[in-house]
Design a protein around this ligand. Structure first.
Ligand SMILES: [Zn+2]
Length: 151
């Protein structure tokens, strides 16, 4: 099965980060023409709040989703209800879209706050940003949405 990839417009930065955390290859772009180009060339699903852009993309046979909600969890619901087979993959860095690697807990001891270290078992590293991630707030929000929807 082909990998689901997204191109998300600049009004939906938070949603883009959530999609990356869920493991989707997600481009986050400011320019409408770039969004259209990337979607066409890389077969990305275009996600936007801009009706004009949505109609333009649809005319070009780009699979597009027009987002109406301003709440990120409801936005995720809108994506799921538009027939996207949502499935969590290896999380990607919310900042740069690089796939995160698991990192041994011992290695992050001095790199994360003590509380975080004590309360978490799984840590992940973005080798591009050198940032360490753990299953925090974002993940819990996403898990909740998926559970609510029954995934
Ligand atoms: Zn990164």
């Amino acid at each position: 099965m082909e990998e689901i990839k997204f191109a998300v417009d600049s009004m939906l930065g938070k949603l883009a980060r959530y999609l990356r955390i869920m493991g989707y290859d997600t481009e986050y772009l400011h320019d409408d023409d770039e969004l259209i180009k990337k979607s066409l060339e890389e077969k990305r699903i275009l996600v936007t709040r801009d009706k004009v852009l949505y109609l333009k993309a649809s005319k070009l046979n780009i699979k597009s989703i027009l987002i109406r909600s301003s709440d990120v969890l409801n936005q995720l619901r809108e994506i799921i209800s538009s027939n996207i087979r949502i499935k969590k993959g290896r999380p990607r860095c919310p900042l740069c879209n690089t796939k995160l690697k698991d990192v041994d807990k011992n290695r992050v001891k001095h790199l994360v706050p003590e509380k975080v270290y004590t309360h978490n078992k799984i840590f992940m590293l973005c080798e591009n940003c050198n940032k360490i991630y753990w299953y925090g707030k974002h993940w819990i929000g996403i898990e909740k949405v998926l559970r609510d929807i029954g995934i």
